[in-house]
Ligand binder design. Structure first.
Ligand SMILES: [Zn+2]
Length: 154
């Protein structure tokens, strides 16, 4: 994949190694030595990267996803999200695994349209990843019945 501009392949945003590395770096700096951790990184339309982690809570039913904080920050800044990557470290020996966004985060990211790029595992090894657009991750998303000029939501 050749990138003519950081995080873009032609006119479409893509997840690049810098974005995945930002999530990994946050895991390492925020949870040093911890067996289980995770983090997310989002690229904005101005090229900036936002990162976030999911807070620990006593009731697992109210947990947030790693992406949530960065999605809220992007909205606060009035910027459009163009790419997202989420990683987890289940065991230092196995390395960082890329996680596709959960269904809820797909809905949150789809507010920025079906061309938002997300990192998904590539093949059976979740340390390997590739960039897909949300339209390809969720081709039958309910919002696709509406004209694409409605996206992103403003
Ligand atoms: Zn999620």
């Amino acid at each position: 994949m050749s990138l003519d501009q950081e995080g873009f392949d032609g006119s479409h945003p893509v997840v690049d190694q810098e974005l995945v590395d930002a999530a990994i770096e946050l895991c390492r700096s925020r949870f040093p030595g911890q067996d289980w951790s995770g983090a997310a990184a989002l690229r904005l339309d101005n090229g900036a990267i936002l990162t976030s982690v999911a807070p620990e809570v006593p009731n697992g039913a109210v947990r947030l996803c790693h992406e949530t904080g960065a999605i809220c920050e992007a909205f606060k800044l009035g910027r459009r999200v163009v790419a997202s990557a989420c990683v987890t470290l289940a065991d230092e020996g196995r390395g960082f695994w890329v996680l596709a966004p959960c269904g809820v985060c797909q809905e949150r990211l789809l507010a920025y349209g079906p061309d938002v790029a997300v990192a998904v595992p590539q093949g059976p090894d979740p340390r390997e990843w590739r960039s897909l657009r949300l339209r390809d991750v969720q081709p039958h998303w309910f919002g696709r019945v509406f004209p694409e000029e409605n996206w992103p939501l403003t």
